[in-house]
Design a binder for this molecule. Structure first.
Ligand SMILES: Nc1ncnc2c1ncn2[C@@H]1O[C@H](COP(=O)(O)OP(=O)(O)OP(=O)(O)O)[C@@H](O)[C@H]1O
Ligand SMILES: [Mg+2]
Length: 479
C-alpha cells in the first residue's frame, strides 16, 4: 500500500498511537477547521475524529469536503464509555466506519486497507485502456481479453449473482485467485467487509481462534475476549486462502458453519449466527486431497458446486493475455515512478520472449519480470536485454538435499536443507512437514519464506510468494 496519509483530529495520545501503527504520514489537527486546511493541501486517504465529535460534526465536515470535491472518508474512534448505538448514527451521517473504543482498535488496519483498495479500484476504472474485457473487469482491475479469462469472468458473475455459498476458486499459484475473490465480493456486497486469512500461515490453534474468536480465559493467554474473523466479516466475505492446508479437526468445525450457519467462539457456549459468504481458494487438487484423506469429502462437495477456475498463463487459451498484462504492469508499476513515465512500450522482440516463456509463477511472476525490466531499462522502450526471466532452478529447491559431502557448515544452510527434505518427504504437506521437524506450521511457513524455498515442479503447489516484488533481493541472472 503506497501512501496512507491520515489526518487525525484528536488530542488523545492513545488514539494517536493507534493511528501511527497504520499511517505512513499522520497530520494532527486541533479542530475541524484546521483539519480542512490540512485536507486541502495534504490530499489524505482518511480523516479520523475522536469521541469528542458528534454525528452532526461528521455531516458538517463531509458537506464541506464534498462541496470542494475532496472525497475523503471519515472514521470515528469512540471511547469505551461511548454509547454503542452511536455507530448507526455516525454511519447514517456519512461516516465510513465507527470504532467503539479500544475493543475495536484492531479493526482500524482493516478499514484503512479497504479504503485504499476502493481508491485503487476507482483509479483503475478511470484508466481502462484496452486491458479489460468489460467495465466489470475494469472495476476489479482484472486484466485479460482471452477466451479463458472471459470464461472465468462469466463464472465469477454467475456465482456472485447467485446465493452460492461457499465458493471455491482454483488455479495455480499467482493466477489471480485473490483478485477473483475480491471481484466476487464486490459484485455481491460491495459495502460489506472483505476479510482474508491464509490457512497455511497459522498453527491449528491460532487459526481456530482467529476464525471463530475466543472467550476470555478459554486458554492460557486469552486474557480478553476476541472477535473472530467470521464475526468481523459479518454479512461480507471471509476469504480462506489455501484451504487445503486447514487441519482436519478445524475442517469439521468449518463444516458446522457451512451447514448450520452458526459457530461458537473457542471456549464459548453461545451459538453465533453467521451470514458470511465464504470463499476458499486452493492451488492443490482438492479431489486428490480427499482421496488421500487430507481433506474432508463433505466440505469438498459443498465447495465444488460451481468452482471458479483460472487458467495458467501458459495455457493456449490464455497466452494472448501475456502481452496485455505486460503492458498493463508497465503502465501501472510503482517500482520506479520516474522511470515508468519515461518508458512507454516494449519492443517486439521482448514481447515475443515473454510470450514464449511458460510462466510457472503465472501473473505474479510476469509482474515481477516487468518490474525488474523497468529498473534495468535505460531507453524509452523495454528491450530484450532488460527482460530477465528467472531460469529454472533459480531460488527453487535444488539438488538432492542431504546427500553428498558437506561443504558448508553454516547452521542456516543445514536448517534450510532439513526443511527442504521434510517438505519433499511429505509432498509439501506443511502440517506434516512441521510435525517431522518438530516446529509449528507458522514457524515452518516463516522459514520457507526466509530461505526462499520453492518447489521445483509447479504442477501441484507452490509456497506463496509475497505480492510485493522481492525478486530484486535475489541475484539477477544474465539473460
Ligand atoms: N488478471 C489480472 N490482471 C491484473 N493483475 C493480476 C491478474 N491476475 C493476477 N494479478 C496480479 O498478480 C498478483 C497475484 O495475484 P493473486 O494474489 O490474486 O494470485 P493467487 O492466485 O491468489 O496466488 P497464490 O496462489 O500465490 O496465492 C497480484 O498482484 C494480482 O493483482
Ligand atoms: Mg493468493
Amino acid at each position: 500500500m503506497s501512501s496512507r496519509r491520515v489526518v487525525a483530529v484528536t488530542k488523545d495520545a492513545e488514539v494517536q498511537k493507534l493511528i501511527r501503527q497504520t499511517a505512513r504520514e499522520l497530520f494532527v489537527a486541533d479542530d475541524l477547521n484546521e483539519a480542512l486546511d490540512i485536507v486541502e493541501t495534504a490530499n489524505p486517504d482518511l480523516i479520523i475524529l475522536d469521541h469528542r465529535f458528534s454525528p452532526i460534526h461528521v455531516r458538517e465536515l463531509l458537506n464541506t469536503t464534498d462541496k470542494n470535491s475532496m472525497n475523503v472518508p471519515v472514521v470515528v474512534v469512540g471511547n469505551d464509555e461511548s454509547d454503542t448505538d452511536l455507530s448507526t448514527e455516525f454511519i447514517q451521517m456519512g461516516a465510513y466506519d465507527y470504532l467503539r473504543g479500544k475493543k475495536d482498535y484492531g479493526r482500524l488496519e482493516q478499514i484503512v486497507s479497504q479504503i485504499k483498495n476502493e481508491a485503487n479500484a476507482a483509479t483503475c476504472e478511470r484508466d481502462t485502456g484496452n486491458f479489460f474485457a468489460d467495465d466489470y473487469a475494469a472495476s476489479a482491475c482484472m486484466v485479460g481479453r482471452s477466451k479463458a479469462i472471459l470464461n472465468t469472468l462469466k463464472t465469477i458473475k454467475l456465482v456472485a449473482a447467485s446465493r452460492c455459498n461457499p465458493i471455491l476458486i482454483v488455479g495455480e499459484t499467482g493466477t489471480g485467485k485473490e483478485l477473483a475473490a475480491k471481484a466476487i465480493h464486490t459484485l455481491r456486497h460491495p459495502d460489506e467487509r472483505f476479510v482474508a486469512v491464509n490457512c497455511a500461515a497459522l498453527t491449528a490453534n491460532l487459526l481456530e481462534s482467529e476464525l471463530f474468536g475466543h472467550v476470555k480465559g478459554s486458554f492460557t493467554g486469552a486474557d480478553r475476549e476476541k472477535t473472530g474473523l467470521l464475526e468481523l466479516a459479518g454479512s461480507g466475505t471471509l476469504f480462506l486462502d489455501e484451504i487445503s492446508e486447514m487441519p482436519l479437526d478445524l475442517q469439521a468445525k468449518l463444516l458446522r458453519v457451512l451447514q448450520e450457519k452458526t459457530f461458537r467462539k473457542v471456549g464459548g457456549i453461545k451459538d453465533i449466527a453467521c451470514s458470511t459468504t465464504i470463499i476458499a481458494s486452493s492451488n492443490r487438487n482438492l479431489s486428490r486431497e480427499v482421496q488421500a484423506n487430507r481433506f474432508r469429502r463433505d466440505i469438498y462437495y459443498r465447495l465444488s458446486t460451481y468452482p471458479v477456475t483460472i487458467a495458467p498463463l501458459r495455457a493456449p487459451e490464455r497466452r494472448e493475455d501475456i502481452q496485455l498484462l505486460a503492458k498493463y504492469f508497465l503502465k501501472t508499476s510503482t517500482i520506479s515512478p520516474e522511470k515508468v513515465n519515461k518508458i512507454t512500450s516494449l519492443t517486439k522482440l521482448s514481447i515475443e520472449a515473454l510470450e514464449k516463456h511458460d510462466w510457472p509463477g503465472n501473473v505474479r511472476e510476469l509482474r515481477n519480470v516487468i518490474d525488474r525490466a523497468i529498473l534495468l531499462e535505460t531507453t524509452d522502450k523495454i528491450g530484450l536485454s532488460s527482460i530477465v526471466i528467472a531460469p529454472t532452478g533459480w531460488g527453487e529447491l535444488s539438488g538432492n538435499p542431504g546427500s553428498g559431502p558437506i561443504k558448508d557448515f553454516s547452521l542456516a544452510k543445514a536448517e534450510r536443507e532439513l526443511i527442504c527434505r521434510a517438505l519433499q518427504e511429505t509432498d509439501w504437506q506443511k502440517t506434516r512437514a512441521a510435525g517431522l521437524l518438530g516446529i509449528s506450521r507458522a514457524t515452518l511457513y516463516a522459514k520457507v519464506e526466509q530461505y526462499n524455498i520453492r518447489k521445483r515442479s509447479y504442477d501441484a503447489k507452490e509456497v506463496q510468494n509475497e505480492d510485493s516484488s522481492h525478486a530484486l533481493s535475489q541475484p539477477v541472472a544474465t539473460p
